[in-house]
Design a protein around this ligand. Structure first.
Ligand code: PMP
Length: 383
């Protein structure tokens, strides 16, 4: 059977290909966006999971919007105003997919910072949206470029990851947040604020969500993959009631609802007395690993390899001298290190930087050190 036209334009995910090799025992992987499995809060979830077998009602069909007590908790915890609703989804990735299906017609224009989250590029590509790339600076999108784009084109939505961007780790400044919110209001552009790394801040001060400055123009996507576990596949979409209600209608057709037993377990976890401790420990672990990787890069790599310090998230964006990053990433695999080349994060060739995305959350210090040593050797050999 012939593939749908929308699928023919989609390239197979290079990250998935790398990840299939990266899983082998003799490869050190800095490629995936994986949280550290040894620090999953399973002990805090244990009682809740054991109790599930006596809670038959959770195994019945449930409501599409989500498990009631969990939704109540979210409404309180995120202080959702009465004009807003929330929808539990099967990972925030499903939220993104629903947004594309509900709001985008083929050819609609979606603005993204370049480089961009690969999963969003895939979703918008499948929806046959037209992607407008805006360059990213150290404190967020280039505001002049953004305003020109909003002013001169009919933009439907701006998809953004303001807290510890994937792949660059960039965190928007307060000024950029306020200005973007103002532009979204002025030009009637919906902001899709994707915030899966927001809780993973390990230094600096927390900044308000961009959407807090333009709530009637925004949808927020939250994920429990990084602070609980990815395997439970739970995320949350919140925004103006009419928008969330449309998302709910499409979710009905997609999967009826997300797993209720897992939603109950997540609620117990989030309310567990030791959960704040778990989060603090996780942040501290990731802060140390990030610092360790940064020190290794400074110590072992030549000066023409640069990176910005990050204050949270999971990635360091290592900028390289102009080169064929795909072939360099393959050479790295040949010496047993998996990294993701920058090429996969760009929609077009314009403004492409040569860089590697390095994940620091799922490798121990000795592996991080060895990986950077091998990177230094490969870079030396291609000089
Ligand atoms: N958005 C971004 C920016 C991500 O990096 C990811 C996962 N890596 C997701 C969304 C999807 O997360 P989830 O596991 O909640 O589906």
């Amino acid at each position: 059977m012939q593939l749908a036209q929308s699928l023919q334009a989609i390239k197979p995910s290079y990250i998935r290909e790398i990840l299939s090799v990266a899983n082998s025992a003799d490869v050190i992987s800095l490629a995936g966006g994986l949280p550290d499995g040894d620090h999953f809060p399973l002990a805090l979830m244990e009682q809740s999971i054991q109790r599930l077998s006596s809670r038959a009602e959770l195994f019945q069909y449930g409501s599409t919007a989500g498990y009631g007590p969990l939704l109540d908790y979210f409404r309180e915890c995120y202080q959702l105003p009465k004009e807003q609703d929330a929808l539990v989804c099967t990972g925030s990735q499903q939220g993104l997919d629903l947004i594309a299906r509900v709001f985008l017609d083929a050819g609609d224009k979606v603005v993204m910072e370049a480089p961009s989250y690969l999963g969003a590029l895939q979703v918008f590509g499948l929806a046959q949206a037209s992607i407008e790339s805006i360059q990213q600076r150290a404190d967020g999108p280039d505001l002049q470029e953004l305003e020109q784009c909003f002013a001169n084109k009919t933009i439907k939505m701006f998809y953004a990851v303001p807290d510890f961007h994937n792949p660059t780790g960039v965190c928007w400044s307060l000024e950029v947040r306020q200005k973007v919110a103002q532009l979204c209001q002025q030009y009637n552009v919906a902001l899709i604020e994707d915030a899966p790394y927001r809780e993973l801040r390990f230094s600096g001060t927390e900044l308000p969500l961009v959407s807090s400055f333009c709530p009637e123009h925004s949808i927020v996507l939250r994920s429990y993959s990084k602070i609980a576990t990815p395997g439970i596949r739970l995320g949350l979409v919140s925004g103006p009631k009419a928008w969330v209600s449309a998302l709910e209608r499409v979710k009905q057709g997609a999967d009826l609802h997300s797993s209720q037993p897992m939603q109950a377990v997540l609620l117990d976890l989030l309310q567990h007395d030791d959960f704040p401790n778990h989060l603090n420990n996780l942040r501290e672990l990731y802060r140390k690993r990030c610092q360790y990787l940064a020190n290794q890069l400074i110590e072992k790599l030549p000066n023409n390899c640069q990176f910005e310090q990050v204050e949270g998230g999971m990635f360091i964006w290592l900028q390289l001298p102009d080169c064929d990053v795909d072939s360099l990433a393959k050479q790295m695999l040949n010496v047993g290190v998996a990294v993701v080349p920058s090429s996969v994060f760009y929609q077009s060739t314009a403004g492409k930087q040569s860089a590697f995305r390095l994940n620091f959350t799922n490798a121990c210090d000795s592996d991080l050190a060895l990986a950077v040593e091998r990177l230094a050797q490969v870079l030396e050999a291609v000089k």
